[in-house]
Design a protein around this ligand. Structure first.
Ligand SMILES: [Ca+2]
Ligand SMILES: [Ca+2]
Ligand SMILES: [Ca+2]
Length: 473
């Protein structure tokens, strides 16, 4: 038997009675401090167990009750992590196995020391209900440094791990070196092997020419978006495509100087959707598409650290086109007063975001005021208290789904007053899996290739919003 060592440090934080509100068009968000006193939360992730999971850069993982802020520490790797409060290494990105209830694996990236150098590894842990145990290394000895360690990870719709890596401060030498894993996005099977349909099936490299990507999310039609730090100018929002060159170090942002245009023409460089100059330090991304905040539907929410001189701390709202291929935001100039910039007044670095898929609440992890971040820090919650949640409309018959559970086909019946509206289907991990217009009172969804688990369908019509949960077996 393996010896299981676990940690259970329970800390109780009372909710703040301070009820600041934020206006998003016609929607009012109520702010509260979910957890205070944390040291540098780097990833916050809505788990399939309906808890918020957070890495702390110093080497710990917390599992946080999203309503009370009560948390337990479920992992402590701080003894192996080169973290001294300064510079950038630490315990960084985290994501969950796409079928966590039956395969309770958590994937984590962290830096460690090998001789005199900093390295980085992608690992998995098993969740035993109390702690993360049985660490397994998936990719070892990726180059690291005191700066530019990348390391956001997500699960893509095709059930692969996608990971950003930084150029480890080598000015992009590794970014254009296809044999290096640095300055890339890496695509990895859930067991750590290389997917046979990678552009080159002998390497994890999925795209190259990156400087230091630290945000990833999945948007409409399975499109993958990445945020990436520029040097002095041209922080980028990119769409990630396999085998493409994203230009660094020759190209910053769009191909718009003579040297860049020549290089881009010769190297088929993929330009960003958006770029911001001077750099404001773009970070965690979250795709928002929940009826609780309709003004943010089909938007990317982007945590912005603020840059080295702490001028641009905020959350930027990025509006996508219906096909997801173009993006706009009012938050281009850096002005603190525009309709798509939020939370500037905290004067703290915004590191990461997650969303409650049930009630649409947004959670934001703050990292102190100055680079590279300092504690104590806060995870804040923003909720539309007026939105009628899933539970209260469970009894409504505006939408019926059957059979439930199902394995192959799901029949959906809409009442006539839903016609002309729209519907979305979400997994309970918050991923949008299907959407469309309600053109008929019945439809059948072919679900035989969907992952097993819980889902909910939301209809939006002039009479209001209705949702139903269902289970795919
Ligand atoms: Ca996150
Ligand atoms: Ca680029
Ligand atoms: Ca340029």
């Amino acid at each position: 038997m393996k010896k299981i060592v676990y940690f259970c440090l329970c800390v109780f934080i009372s909710a703040s009675s301070f009820a600041q509100t934020w206006q998003v068009g016609n929607t009012t968000l109520t702010e509260s401090d979910l957890v205070t006193g944390l040291s540098l939360p780097w990833e916050i992730l809505w788990g399939q167990d309906d808890m918020i999971w957070s890495t702390l850069r110093g080497g710990k993982v917390l599992r946080i009750n999203p309503n009370t802020g009560t948390y337990t520490q479920v992992l402590d790797k701080s003894s192996v992590i080169p973290y001294n409060g300064g510079s950038e290494p630490g315990m960084l990105g985290m994501c969950m196995h796409p079928d966590f209830p039956s395969t309770p694996l958590v994937y984590i990236v962290y830096n460690y020391t090998q001789g005199n150098s900093i390295k980085e590894r992608l690992v998995s842990f098993e969740w035993n209900g109390t702690a993360l145990v049985n660490e397994t290394t998936l990719i070892d000895a990726i180059g690291g440094n005191s700066i530019h360690n990348g390391s956001r990870i997500i699960i893509t719709p095709d059930n692969k791990i996608l990971m950003t890596t930084g150029d480890k401060g080598d000015q992009g030498v590794s970014s254009q070196n296809i044999t290096s894993l640095n300055g890339k996005t890496l695509r990895v099977n859930l067991d750590g092997s290389i997917p046979s349909d990678n552009p080159d099936p002998s390497t994890y490299v999925w795209s190259f020419g990156h400087r230091n990507g630290q945000g990833l999310c999945v948007g409409p039609n399975g499109i993958i978006y990445e945020s990436e730090h520029g040097q002095n100018n041209s922080d980028e929002l990119n769409i990630i495509e396999p085998g493409r060159n994203y230009g660094w170090p020759t190209v910053e942002g769009a191909c718009n100087t003579t040297a860049e245009i020549n290089y881009c023409n010769a190297n088929n460089v993929k330009e960003p959707l958006l770029e911001w100059s001077p750099c404001r330090a773009v970070n965690g991304l979250e795709y928002y598409n929940h009826p609780a905040i309709p003004e943010w539907n089909n938007c990317i929410l982007m945590a912005v650290l603020g840059g080295l001189n702490a001028s641009y701390e905020r959350m930027t709202v990025i509006h996508l086109s219906a096909d997801g291929l173009t993006a706009t935001t009012a938050d281009m100039s850096g002005s603190s007063t525009n309709s798509d910039a939020f939370f500037q007044s905290f004067n703290k670095r915004l590191r990461d975001l997650c969303v409650n898929p049930h009630d649409g609440s947004l959670y934001v992890a703050l990292n102190g005021a100055q680079y590279p971040g300092s504690g104590p820090n806060i995870i804040k919650k923003f909720k539309n208290e007026a939105w009628v949640g899933v539970e209260s409309i469970e009894t409504s018959e505006n939408v019926m789904v059957y059979p439930n559970p199902t394995a192959n086909a799901l029949n959906v019946k809409f009442s006539a007053n839903q016609l002309g509206g729209t519907f979305q289907v979400y997994s309970f991990t918050g991923s949008l899996v299907r959407e469309g217009k309600i053109n008929a009172t019945s439809m059948t969804l072919d679900v035989q290739n969907w992952d097993a688990g819980s889902y909910f369908i939301v209809s939006n019509a002039t009479v209001g919003t209705t949702s139903k949960t269902f289970v795919i077996q």
